[in-house]
Design a protein around this ligand. Structure first.
Ligand SMILES: *[C@@H]1O[C@H](CO)[C@@H](O)[C@H](O)[C@H]1NC(C)=O
Ligand SMILES: *[C@@H]1O[C@H](CO)[C@@H](O)[C@H](O)[C@H]1NC(C)=O
Ligand SMILES: *[C@@H]1O[C@H](CO)[C@@H](O)[C@H](O)[C@H]1NC(C)=O
Length: 397
Protein backbone atom coordinates (compact mmCIF):
# COMPACT_ATOMS: atom_id res chain seq x y z
CA UNK A 1 0.00 0.00 0.00
CA UNK A 2 2.72 2.42 1.02
CA UNK A 3 4.78 1.25 -1.91
CA UNK A 4 1.81 1.81 -4.22
CA UNK A 5 1.37 5.42 -3.02
CA UNK A 6 5.02 6.08 -3.42
CA UNK A 7 4.87 4.76 -6.93
CA UNK A 8 1.90 7.03 -7.77
CA UNK A 9 3.60 10.05 -6.25
CA UNK A 10 6.71 9.28 -8.18
CA UNK A 11 4.74 8.92 -11.40
CA UNK A 12 3.00 12.25 -10.86
CA UNK A 13 6.32 13.95 -10.33
CA UNK A 14 7.61 12.34 -13.48
CA UNK A 15 4.62 13.67 -15.42
CA UNK A 16 5.22 17.19 -14.19
CA UNK A 17 8.82 16.95 -15.34
CA UNK A 18 7.63 15.73 -18.70
CA UNK A 19 5.22 18.66 -19.09
CA UNK A 20 7.93 21.13 -18.10
CA UNK A 21 10.28 19.54 -20.57
CA UNK A 22 7.74 19.68 -23.41
CA UNK A 23 6.94 23.29 -22.62
CA UNK A 24 10.56 24.07 -23.27
CA UNK A 25 11.05 21.67 -26.15
CA UNK A 26 8.12 22.71 -28.35
CA UNK A 27 9.04 26.39 -28.76
CA UNK A 28 12.66 25.40 -29.28
CA UNK A 29 11.69 23.01 -32.06
CA UNK A 30 9.46 25.63 -33.62
CA UNK A 31 12.30 28.15 -33.56
CA UNK A 32 14.68 25.63 -35.12
CA UNK A 33 12.25 24.89 -37.97
CA UNK A 34 11.77 28.62 -38.60
CA UNK A 35 15.50 29.13 -38.63
CA UNK A 36 15.88 26.37 -41.20
CA UNK A 37 13.24 27.92 -43.45
CA UNK A 38 14.75 31.38 -43.04
CA UNK A 39 18.22 30.10 -43.81
CA UNK A 40 17.25 28.52 -47.09
CA UNK A 41 15.36 31.60 -48.30
CA UNK A 42 17.49 34.52 -47.24
CA UNK A 43 20.61 35.99 -48.81
CA UNK A 44 22.40 35.57 -45.52
CA UNK A 45 23.16 32.65 -43.27
CA UNK A 46 22.28 32.46 -39.60
CA UNK A 47 24.28 30.36 -37.18
CA UNK A 48 23.55 30.15 -33.49
CA UNK A 49 26.97 29.68 -32.04
CA UNK A 50 30.45 30.87 -32.62
CA UNK A 51 33.86 29.68 -31.60
CA UNK A 52 35.91 32.36 -29.91
CA UNK A 53 39.37 31.48 -28.64
CA UNK A 54 38.53 27.81 -28.91
CA UNK A 55 35.39 28.11 -26.73
CA UNK A 56 31.89 27.69 -28.09
CA UNK A 57 29.98 30.89 -27.43
CA UNK A 58 26.21 30.89 -27.91
CA UNK A 59 25.61 33.77 -30.27
CA UNK A 60 23.58 34.63 -33.30
CA UNK A 61 25.75 35.22 -36.32
CA UNK A 62 24.56 36.52 -39.63
CA UNK A 63 26.89 36.17 -42.56
CA UNK A 64 26.52 36.64 -46.28
CA UNK A 65 25.67 33.48 -48.18
CA UNK A 66 28.66 32.70 -50.41
CA UNK A 67 27.93 33.30 -54.05
CA UNK A 68 24.92 35.43 -53.27
CA UNK A 69 25.63 38.99 -54.25
CA UNK A 70 23.25 41.65 -53.21
CA UNK A 71 22.92 44.75 -55.35
CA UNK A 72 25.32 47.36 -54.04
CA UNK A 73 24.04 50.56 -52.54
CA UNK A 74 24.85 52.68 -55.56
CA UNK A 75 27.62 51.52 -57.87
CA UNK A 76 31.01 51.40 -56.19
CA UNK A 77 33.71 51.77 -58.80
CA UNK A 78 37.45 51.01 -58.71
CA UNK A 79 38.35 54.65 -58.06
CA UNK A 80 36.16 54.76 -54.96
CA UNK A 81 37.63 51.50 -53.63
CA UNK A 82 41.17 52.78 -54.17
CA UNK A 83 40.41 55.98 -52.32
CA UNK A 84 38.92 54.09 -49.35
CA UNK A 85 41.90 51.73 -49.32
CA UNK A 86 44.14 54.79 -48.96
CA UNK A 87 42.53 55.87 -45.69
CA UNK A 88 44.44 54.81 -42.58
CA UNK A 89 41.91 54.70 -39.78
CA UNK A 90 44.37 54.89 -36.90
CA UNK A 91 46.77 57.28 -38.57
CA UNK A 92 46.29 60.53 -36.67
CA UNK A 93 46.46 58.75 -33.32
CA UNK A 94 49.65 56.96 -34.33
CA UNK A 95 51.24 60.20 -35.50
CA UNK A 96 50.42 61.83 -32.18
CA UNK A 97 51.99 58.93 -30.33
CA UNK A 98 55.14 59.06 -32.46
CA UNK A 99 55.45 62.83 -32.00
CA UNK A 100 55.19 62.36 -28.25
CA UNK A 101 57.74 59.54 -28.23
CA UNK A 102 60.15 61.63 -30.29
CA UNK A 103 59.82 64.50 -27.82
CA UNK A 104 60.33 62.25 -24.81
CA UNK A 105 63.28 60.40 -26.29
CA UNK A 106 64.93 63.66 -27.36
CA UNK A 107 64.56 65.05 -23.85
CA UNK A 108 65.91 61.89 -22.22
CA UNK A 109 68.85 61.44 -24.54
CA UNK A 110 70.30 64.88 -23.81
CA UNK A 111 73.04 64.70 -21.25
CA UNK A 112 72.46 67.30 -18.56
CA UNK A 113 76.07 67.39 -17.60
CA UNK A 114 79.07 65.53 -18.71
CA UNK A 115 78.81 61.78 -19.08
CA UNK A 116 76.30 60.05 -21.33
CA UNK A 117 74.76 57.19 -19.40
CA UNK A 118 73.78 53.82 -20.86
CA UNK A 119 70.12 54.79 -20.61
CA UNK A 120 70.65 58.06 -22.42
CA UNK A 121 72.48 56.22 -25.16
CA UNK A 122 69.56 53.82 -25.54
CA UNK A 123 67.17 56.78 -25.86
CA UNK A 124 69.47 58.41 -28.39
CA UNK A 125 69.41 55.30 -30.54
CA UNK A 126 65.66 54.89 -30.14
CA UNK A 127 65.18 58.49 -31.18
CA UNK A 128 67.37 58.22 -34.28
CA UNK A 129 65.88 54.97 -35.54
CA UNK A 130 62.29 56.03 -34.89
CA UNK A 131 62.81 59.39 -36.57
CA UNK A 132 64.42 58.01 -39.71
CA UNK A 133 61.72 55.33 -40.01
CA UNK A 134 58.97 57.90 -39.47
CA UNK A 135 60.34 60.17 -42.19
CA UNK A 136 59.46 57.46 -44.71
CA UNK A 137 55.93 56.97 -43.49
CA UNK A 138 53.99 57.82 -46.62
CA UNK A 139 52.56 56.28 -49.76
CA UNK A 140 55.13 55.69 -52.47
CA UNK A 141 54.67 52.53 -54.50
CA UNK A 142 58.13 52.90 -56.07
CA UNK A 143 59.49 51.35 -52.88
CA UNK A 144 58.63 48.06 -54.59
CA UNK A 145 61.40 48.70 -57.12
CA UNK A 146 63.88 49.73 -54.42
CA UNK A 147 63.75 46.48 -52.42
CA UNK A 148 66.83 45.21 -54.26
CA UNK A 149 68.79 48.12 -52.84
CA UNK A 150 67.09 48.26 -49.44
CA UNK A 151 66.96 44.56 -48.61
CA UNK A 152 68.77 42.38 -51.13
CA UNK A 153 72.05 44.32 -51.08
CA UNK A 154 72.64 44.02 -47.30
CA UNK A 155 71.54 40.38 -47.40
CA UNK A 156 73.91 39.65 -50.27
CA UNK A 157 76.79 41.25 -48.43
CA UNK A 158 76.14 38.87 -45.55
CA UNK A 159 75.49 35.79 -47.73
CA UNK A 160 78.71 36.43 -49.63
CA UNK A 161 80.75 36.67 -46.46
CA UNK A 162 79.26 33.52 -44.93
CA UNK A 163 78.81 31.48 -48.11
CA UNK A 164 75.15 30.79 -47.32
CA UNK A 165 74.29 31.30 -50.94
CA UNK A 166 76.02 32.28 -54.13
CA UNK A 167 75.20 35.86 -54.97
CA UNK A 168 74.65 37.69 -58.23
CA UNK A 169 74.90 41.37 -57.28
CA UNK A 170 72.18 43.54 -58.78
CA UNK A 171 70.12 40.59 -59.97
CA UNK A 172 67.13 39.00 -58.28
CA UNK A 173 67.31 35.62 -56.55
CA UNK A 174 66.53 32.84 -59.02
CA UNK A 175 63.78 31.23 -56.98
CA UNK A 176 62.17 32.00 -53.64
CA UNK A 177 59.91 29.92 -51.42
CA UNK A 178 57.80 31.72 -48.85
CA UNK A 179 56.72 29.19 -46.24
CA UNK A 180 53.53 30.17 -44.44
CA UNK A 181 52.50 28.42 -41.25
CA UNK A 182 49.14 26.96 -42.25
CA UNK A 183 48.34 23.47 -41.04
CA UNK A 184 47.81 22.44 -44.69
CA UNK A 185 51.58 21.89 -44.83
CA UNK A 186 51.09 18.70 -42.83
CA UNK A 187 48.85 17.24 -45.53
CA UNK A 188 51.70 17.01 -48.10
CA UNK A 189 55.43 16.29 -48.17
CA UNK A 190 56.68 19.46 -49.85
CA UNK A 191 59.87 19.54 -47.74
CA UNK A 192 62.39 18.66 -50.50
CA UNK A 193 60.65 20.96 -53.01
CA UNK A 194 60.81 23.86 -50.54
CA UNK A 195 64.50 23.24 -49.86
CA UNK A 196 65.26 23.23 -53.60
CA UNK A 197 64.60 27.00 -53.78
CA UNK A 198 67.58 29.34 -53.67
CA UNK A 199 65.94 31.57 -51.06
CA UNK A 200 63.68 30.11 -48.36
CA UNK A 201 61.80 32.65 -46.25
CA UNK A 202 60.12 31.46 -43.05
CA UNK A 203 57.64 33.28 -40.85
CA UNK A 204 57.37 34.12 -37.15
CA UNK A 205 60.25 31.81 -36.25
CA UNK A 206 58.08 28.73 -36.76
CA UNK A 207 60.11 25.66 -35.97
CA UNK A 208 61.03 23.08 -38.59
CA UNK A 209 62.35 20.38 -36.22
CA UNK A 210 60.26 17.29 -36.51
CA UNK A 211 58.46 18.55 -39.62
CA UNK A 212 61.34 18.52 -42.15
CA UNK A 213 59.63 16.22 -44.67
CA UNK A 214 56.58 18.52 -44.67
CA UNK A 215 58.10 22.00 -44.35
CA UNK A 216 61.74 21.52 -45.32
CA UNK A 217 64.81 22.32 -43.26
CA UNK A 218 66.52 25.09 -45.19
CA UNK A 219 66.08 28.73 -44.15
CA UNK A 220 67.89 31.69 -45.64
CA UNK A 221 65.76 34.51 -44.23
CA UNK A 222 63.49 34.83 -41.20
CA UNK A 223 60.58 37.26 -41.49
CA UNK A 224 59.00 38.28 -38.18
CA UNK A 225 56.81 41.02 -36.80
CA UNK A 226 58.00 43.21 -33.97
CA UNK A 227 55.86 41.29 -31.43
CA UNK A 228 58.10 38.30 -32.05
CA UNK A 229 61.17 40.54 -31.80
CA UNK A 230 59.82 41.90 -28.53
CA UNK A 231 59.50 38.42 -27.07
CA UNK A 232 63.04 37.61 -28.29
CA UNK A 233 64.25 40.73 -26.49
CA UNK A 234 63.20 39.27 -23.14
CA UNK A 235 65.57 36.31 -23.64
CA UNK A 236 69.30 36.38 -22.89
CA UNK A 237 71.15 38.18 -25.70
CA UNK A 238 67.86 38.55 -27.54
CA UNK A 239 67.80 34.94 -28.68
CA UNK A 240 65.87 35.11 -31.94
CA UNK A 241 67.46 32.61 -34.26
CA UNK A 242 65.88 29.17 -34.26
CA UNK A 243 67.35 28.76 -37.76
CA UNK A 244 70.93 29.45 -36.68
CA UNK A 245 72.88 32.56 -35.83
CA UNK A 246 73.84 33.16 -39.45
CA UNK A 247 70.33 33.62 -40.72
CA UNK A 248 69.34 37.26 -41.23
CA UNK A 249 66.09 38.58 -39.80
CA UNK A 250 63.76 41.14 -41.27
CA UNK A 251 61.02 42.61 -39.12
CA UNK A 252 58.17 45.02 -39.59
CA UNK A 253 57.20 47.29 -36.78
CA UNK A 254 53.61 46.74 -35.68
CA UNK A 255 53.97 48.87 -32.55
CA UNK A 256 56.34 51.83 -32.51
CA UNK A 257 57.38 51.12 -28.92
CA UNK A 258 59.07 47.96 -30.23
CA UNK A 259 61.80 50.21 -31.62
CA UNK A 260 63.07 50.05 -28.05
CA UNK A 261 63.95 46.36 -28.61
CA UNK A 262 65.76 47.00 -31.84
CA UNK A 263 69.06 48.44 -30.67
CA UNK A 264 69.81 45.80 -27.99
CA UNK A 265 68.80 42.96 -30.31
CA UNK A 266 70.82 44.36 -33.21
CA UNK A 267 73.84 44.84 -30.98
CA UNK A 268 73.77 41.19 -29.88
CA UNK A 269 73.96 39.88 -33.46
CA UNK A 270 76.56 39.75 -36.19
CA UNK A 271 73.85 38.94 -38.73
CA UNK A 272 71.70 41.65 -40.34
CA UNK A 273 68.53 42.65 -38.52
CA UNK A 274 66.60 44.74 -41.00
CA UNK A 275 63.46 46.78 -40.50
CA UNK A 276 60.98 47.17 -43.34
CA UNK A 277 60.74 50.61 -44.88
CA UNK A 278 57.60 52.45 -43.70
CA UNK A 279 56.68 53.08 -47.35
CA UNK A 280 56.68 49.32 -47.90
CA UNK A 281 54.40 48.80 -44.86
CA UNK A 282 52.06 51.46 -46.21
CA UNK A 283 51.91 49.82 -49.66
CA UNK A 284 51.18 46.35 -48.22
CA UNK A 285 48.45 47.84 -46.04
CA UNK A 286 46.77 49.53 -48.98
CA UNK A 287 46.79 46.47 -51.23
CA UNK A 288 45.26 44.18 -48.61
CA UNK A 289 42.71 46.79 -47.68
CA UNK A 290 41.70 47.22 -51.29
CA UNK A 291 40.98 43.48 -51.61
CA UNK A 292 39.18 43.45 -48.26
CA UNK A 293 37.01 46.42 -49.23
CA UNK A 294 36.19 44.87 -52.59
CA UNK A 295 35.09 41.62 -50.90
CA UNK A 296 33.10 43.52 -48.32
CA UNK A 297 31.21 45.60 -50.87
CA UNK A 298 30.55 42.60 -53.13
CA UNK A 299 29.36 40.19 -50.44
CA UNK A 300 27.42 42.51 -48.14
CA UNK A 301 26.25 45.17 -50.57
CA UNK A 302 27.18 47.76 -47.99
CA UNK A 303 28.97 51.03 -48.61
CA UNK A 304 32.78 50.98 -48.12
CA UNK A 305 32.46 53.45 -45.23
CA UNK A 306 30.91 50.58 -43.21
CA UNK A 307 34.01 48.43 -43.75
CA UNK A 308 35.97 49.71 -40.73
CA UNK A 309 33.35 48.66 -38.19
CA UNK A 310 33.37 45.14 -39.62
CA UNK A 311 37.19 44.81 -39.66
CA UNK A 312 38.46 46.00 -36.29
CA UNK A 313 38.86 49.57 -37.61
CA UNK A 314 42.30 50.98 -36.85
CA UNK A 315 43.57 47.58 -35.65
CA UNK A 316 43.17 46.04 -39.09
CA UNK A 317 46.52 44.84 -40.38
CA UNK A 318 48.00 42.74 -43.15
CA UNK A 319 49.53 39.47 -41.97
CA UNK A 320 53.29 38.82 -41.76
CA UNK A 321 52.85 36.27 -44.54
CA UNK A 322 51.48 38.87 -46.90
CA UNK A 323 54.41 41.21 -46.43
CA UNK A 324 56.90 38.36 -46.80
CA UNK A 325 55.26 37.49 -50.12
CA UNK A 326 55.51 41.13 -51.22
CA UNK A 327 59.17 41.16 -50.25
CA UNK A 328 59.83 38.01 -52.27
CA UNK A 329 58.04 39.57 -55.25
CA UNK A 330 60.46 42.49 -55.00
CA UNK A 331 63.71 40.50 -54.85
CA UNK A 332 63.06 37.23 -56.73
CA UNK A 333 62.66 36.04 -60.32
CA UNK A 334 59.87 33.68 -59.32
CA UNK A 335 58.03 33.02 -56.10
CA UNK A 336 56.47 29.84 -54.69
CA UNK A 337 54.05 29.86 -51.79
CA UNK A 338 53.75 26.95 -49.38
CA UNK A 339 51.52 26.78 -46.32
CA UNK A 340 49.20 29.57 -47.43
CA UNK A 341 45.59 28.43 -47.35
CA UNK A 342 43.00 26.68 -45.29
CA UNK A 343 41.43 23.27 -45.12
CA UNK A 344 38.80 21.77 -42.86
CA UNK A 345 41.32 18.95 -42.29
CA UNK A 346 44.07 21.27 -41.09
CA UNK A 347 44.75 23.41 -38.07
CA UNK A 348 45.48 27.12 -38.34
CA UNK A 349 49.21 26.63 -37.75
CA UNK A 350 51.20 23.49 -38.50
CA UNK A 351 53.29 23.82 -35.35
CA UNK A 352 50.63 24.83 -32.80
CA UNK A 353 47.11 23.65 -32.03
CA UNK A 354 45.57 27.10 -32.33
CA UNK A 355 42.45 26.77 -34.50
CA UNK A 356 41.18 30.31 -34.60
CA UNK A 357 42.32 33.15 -36.76
CA UNK A 358 42.92 36.71 -35.67
CA UNK A 359 40.02 38.96 -36.61
CA UNK A 360 42.34 41.86 -37.39
CA UNK A 361 43.60 40.04 -40.50
CA UNK A 362 41.56 39.36 -43.61
CA UNK A 363 43.13 36.15 -44.95
CA UNK A 364 40.41 35.82 -47.56
CA UNK A 365 41.45 39.17 -49.07
CA UNK A 366 45.12 38.16 -49.00
CA UNK A 367 44.39 34.83 -50.76
CA UNK A 368 42.56 36.73 -53.44
CA UNK A 369 45.65 38.85 -54.01
CA UNK A 370 47.84 35.71 -54.29
CA UNK A 371 45.33 34.09 -56.65
CA UNK A 372 45.34 37.16 -58.92
CA UNK A 373 49.14 36.96 -59.06
CA UNK A 374 49.08 33.20 -59.68
CA UNK A 375 46.64 33.77 -62.53
CA UNK A 376 49.21 36.11 -64.09
CA UNK A 377 47.22 39.30 -63.54
CA UNK A 378 49.32 42.44 -63.66
CA UNK A 379 46.30 44.51 -62.72
CA UNK A 380 47.31 44.88 -59.08
CA UNK A 381 45.90 47.94 -57.28
CA UNK A 382 48.42 50.74 -56.62
CA UNK A 383 51.11 48.96 -58.69
CA UNK A 384 49.72 48.66 -62.20
CA UNK A 385 48.96 52.40 -62.34
CA UNK A 386 52.68 53.07 -61.77
CA UNK A 387 53.69 50.50 -64.38
CA UNK A 388 55.22 48.19 -61.74
CA UNK A 389 55.19 44.54 -62.81
CA UNK A 390 55.57 41.57 -60.50
CA UNK A 391 57.29 38.23 -61.21
CA UNK A 392 55.32 34.98 -61.61
CA UNK A 393 53.95 33.34 -58.50
CA UNK A 394 52.84 29.77 -57.87
CA UNK A 395 50.73 28.53 -54.99
CA UNK A 396 51.34 25.02 -53.68
CA UNK A 397 48.44 23.62 -51.67
C1 LIG B 1 33.30 56.59 -59.34
O1 LIG B 1 32.28 56.86 -58.41
C2 LIG B 1 32.34 58.16 -57.84
C3 LIG B 1 31.31 58.26 -56.73
O2 LIG B 1 30.17 57.50 -57.01
C4 LIG B 1 32.14 59.19 -58.94
O3 LIG B 1 32.19 60.51 -58.40
C5 LIG B 1 33.24 59.03 -59.97
O4 LIG B 1 33.04 59.90 -61.07
C6 LIG B 1 33.29 57.58 -60.50
N1 LIG B 1 34.49 57.42 -61.30
C7 LIG B 1 34.53 56.73 -62.44
C8 LIG B 1 35.85 56.66 -63.12
O5 LIG B 1 33.55 56.17 -62.88
C1 LIG C 1 82.19 38.50 -52.15
O1 LIG C 1 83.29 37.95 -51.46
C2 LIG C 1 84.49 37.94 -52.19
C3 LIG C 1 85.54 37.20 -51.41
O2 LIG C 1 85.45 37.42 -50.07
C4 LIG C 1 84.91 39.38 -52.50
O3 LIG C 1 86.09 39.39 -53.27
C5 LIG C 1 83.78 40.06 -53.28
O4 LIG C 1 84.09 41.40 -53.52
C6 LIG C 1 82.48 39.95 -52.54
N1 LIG C 1 81.41 40.45 -53.36
C7 LIG C 1 80.51 41.32 -52.91
C8 LIG C 1 79.49 41.77 -53.90
O5 LIG C 1 80.49 41.72 -51.75
C1 LIG D 1 72.24 47.20 -36.78
O1 LIG D 1 73.61 47.34 -36.65
C2 LIG D 1 74.30 47.56 -37.86
C3 LIG D 1 75.80 47.52 -37.60
O2 LIG D 1 76.12 48.07 -36.39
C4 LIG D 1 73.85 48.89 -38.45
O3 LIG D 1 74.52 49.17 -39.67
C5 LIG D 1 72.36 48.81 -38.71
O4 LIG D 1 71.87 50.03 -39.20
C6 LIG D 1 71.62 48.43 -37.45
N1 LIG D 1 70.24 48.14 -37.79
C7 LIG D 1 69.23 48.71 -37.15
C8 LIG D 1 67.87 48.31 -37.64
O5 LIG D 1 69.37 49.48 -36.24
Amino acid sequence: MVDERRRLGYCKEKNIHMIKFLRFLLPAMLAAVMLLILNSKMPFRVTVHGIVNGRVIPRLFMSARPGHRRPTAGVINQTTLLSYAAIELGESKERQLIDRLLDISRARSISSCCRVTQRQKAFQEFHLVLRSWFQNKRFDQRVMTELGELVKAPLDFHYNATGILEIRPGQPYRSCAVVGNSGILLLKTHGPLIDSHEMVIRLKNARTDGFQDRVGSKTTLAFINSHTLHSCASKPECFCHPYGENIPIITYICQVLHFMDLAPCNASRKTPLLVTDARFDNLCGRIVKYYSLKNFVETTGKHPDKWGAAHEGPLFHYSSGMQAVMLALGICEKVSLFGFGKSPHASHHYHTSRMSELALHDYEAEYQFYHDLAAGSQDIPFLSEAGIKLPPLQIYL
